[in-house]
Design a protein around this ligand. Structure first.
Ligand code: FES
Length: 173
């Protein structure tokens, strides 16, 4: 999914540009510069790849090729409520895949993607250490055990209702 840059992204890109300018050049710098970009922006939008490419005098597709090889790099902005579905053995056996599918269907995005409003993103993670509660998912920092499709619906709804409430409050003041 294409995400347009927010004002915050633009500000971060300017910070990144300054940091890149004072960084050493050379192909060996490619990974460190990508890591720097992801640290500043939280992900790697096209403009960040271009900044890195220009600095190292390589093509943007070359930079993208390297970045997409490593799963430490993400090309979608992180959601404000990142959903992490555990796919460790215990959770997998108890239906983790079904929970993941339910989040994907409910949010209309695939694993690794972020909703257009940047509210949610979905990723699968390895065992989070609470196997007795399998299947497990995290919404932000909060762990939810014994997940079921009906709980998926409830968790998403709760975030959306709270967001609407906050927006209403903000428009009143
Ligand atoms: S396998 Fe999911 S918490 Fe351990």
């Amino acid at each position: 999914m294409e995400h347009s840059l927010t004002a915050e992204d633009q500000a971060h890109l300017e910070i990144l540009q300054t940091q890149i300018k004072s960084s050493p050049k050379g192909r060996g710098q490619l990974i460190p510069l990508l890591q720097m970009a992801q640290k500043v922006l939280g992900y790697l939008p096209d403009d960040a790849l271009s900044l890195v490419a220009d600095h190292l005098s390589v093509t943007r597709s070359e930079v993208y090729g390297v970045a997409s090889f490593y799963n430490q790099f993400r090309f979608d902005p992180p959601g404000k409520n990142p959903v992490k579905v555990c796919m460790g053995t215990a959770c997998h056996v108890r239906g983790g895949e079904i929970i993941l599918e339910n989040f994907e269907r409910k949010l209309e995005i695939r694993e690794g993607e972020t909703t257009e409003d940047r509210e949610f993103s979905i990723e699968r993670v390895a065992c989070v250490g609470c196997c007795a509660l399998a299947p497990v998912a995290l919404m932000g920092e909060t762990l939810h055990g014994h997940m079921a499709p009906s709980k998926v619906e409830g968790l998403v709804l709760r975030v959306r209702v709270e967001k609407e409430k906050a927006e209403r409050e903000a428009s009143k003041s």
